[in-house]
Design a protein around this ligand. Structure first.
Ligand SMILES: [Zn+2]
Ligand SMILES: [Zn+2]
Length: 390
């Protein structure tokens, strides 16, 4: 499937070499009777749209992944729903596949206007520190509890805890308190103050809009539910890796798999070394294997790009991609000797992709190799260096 623009593409492969980059189409695509795909605009590195799926019955509509928190995205959602003949009042539920803003962002406005319930995986919004150096020297379980406590407080008093405890200067707050595990330095702010100022919204409004909402209903792995009703059951498949709380939805009768960001048609999702647990790559690969043991999947419905049908071959390509990265890292360590995370990042990513996300992903690969006994690490000048074992 690599490079194949797939079903529904109307853009040139030269301009958008990856279908996930294509701008949002205004067209409404029918996947199956009463299942629609809408596209909402987003502008993020490598992504031009997000797919929102509508599951419809006579009196209810359930949406999956309603896009970014911006007014423009919400306006596009409302106009697409209108175009599809669906009234906002009919939207009774909104499922979010994982805690990234291009997926949960539209939830707040949608809930305010429709009264819909938000549904997500049990761990929605949870971050777990990877092992390594940590400023308070806490072990993994302690850090996990620490994050979880914040979450419990958050749940009780809506956004107040996050907003009140945010440090405007450093951006330190429960959401972004994780330092880089390989050198304890804090991660840079996710957005500059100048950009927030340019949006002409107050700090509190901005935070309330961007922070993950609190789900009304949590799904467990394997749980089946009707979503929109009409007797059509959807099964929740917990697929940690891209995030700890990633969820896919499987409809066995039609063989449909709503795959979120877990399996995308031509790009691979970010694998976080920060906030994704001790071995997020193992989690991700395990979650791919899990999909192979589902029943028949005739169509994969990704959050970005076009639906596709050959899940098995797409999974093989993704697994091969991560295998080849491990080969690259081994070769670089063999040739150069001990390397820092940032050095390994340069081996894996092109210069324009370098930065905190690339480093986080390089760290995820290195920790995966370390836990598999392929490399070891030691601290040199307050920072991890990795080397081949044996
Ligand atoms: Zn994502
Ligand atoms: Zn996404």
């Amino acid at each position: 499937m690599e490079g194949d623009l797939g079903e529904g593409s109307q853009f040139s492969a030269r301009k958008y070499p990856k279908q996930e980059q294509e701008p949002a189409s205004e067209e409404i695509f029918e996947i199956a009777p009463n299942i629609l795909r809408l596209q909402l605009p987003i502008s993020m590195p490598g992504l031009g749209h997000v797919n929102t799926y509508c599951i419809i019955s006579n009196d209810r509509v359930v949406l999956v992944d309603p896009g970014l928190p911006s007014k423009a995205s919400y306006k596009a959602l409302r106009s697409r729903l209108k175009q599809a003949g669906l009234s906002l009042e009919k939207v009774r539920g909104v499922v979010v596949t994982h805690s990234h803003p291009d997926h949960y962002g539209g939830v707040r406005r949608l809930i305010e206007d429709s009264g819909a319930q938000m549904i997500a995986q049990r761990d929605f919004g949870r971050l777990v520190m990877a092992p390594g150096v940590h400023e308070c020297g806490a072990d993994l379980d302690t850090v996990h509890d620490h994050n979880h406590q914040h979450r419990e407080q958050f749940r009780g008093i809506e956004n107040a805890f996050y907003v009140e405890n945010f440090d405007r200067e450093t951006w330190n707050g429960p959401v972004w308190l994780l330092p880089r595990p390989w050198n304890s330095k804090p991660l840079p702010p996710p957005i500059s103050k100048a950009k927030i100022a340019a949006m002409k919204v107050g700090w509190r409004t901005y935070l309330k809009r961007i922070l993950p909402p609190i789900p009304d209903m949590f799904l467990e792995d394997g749980q089946e539910l009707e979503l929109a009703g009409g007797g059509m059951l959807w099964r929740a498949i917990h697929t940690p890796g891209h995030t700890l709380d990633h969820l896919c939805l499987y409809q066995p009768d039609l063989g449909l798999l709503i795959s979120g960001d877990h399996v995308l048609p031509t790009i691979t999702p970010h694998i976080p070394g920060v906030g994704g647990g001790p071995d997020s790559l193992a989690g991700f690969l395990g979650s791919l294997t899990k999909l192979e043991s589902l029943g028949e999947v005739t169509k994969v419905l990704p959050a970005h790009g076009h639906p596709f049908d050959d899940l098995e071959s797409r999974i093989s390509t993704i697994v091969a991609h991560h295998d080849s990265r491990i080969v690259k890292i081994r070769k670089a360590l063999d040739e150069s000797g001990p390397m820092r995370v940032e050095d390994v990042s340069k081996v894996l990513f092109r210069p324009q992709r370098l930065g905190p996300m690339a480093d986080s992903e390089a760290f995820a690969h290195l920790e995966h190799m370390r836990l598999a006994g392929q490399v070891s690490h030691r601290v040199v000048n307050g920072e991890f260096v990795y080397e081949l074992v044996g």
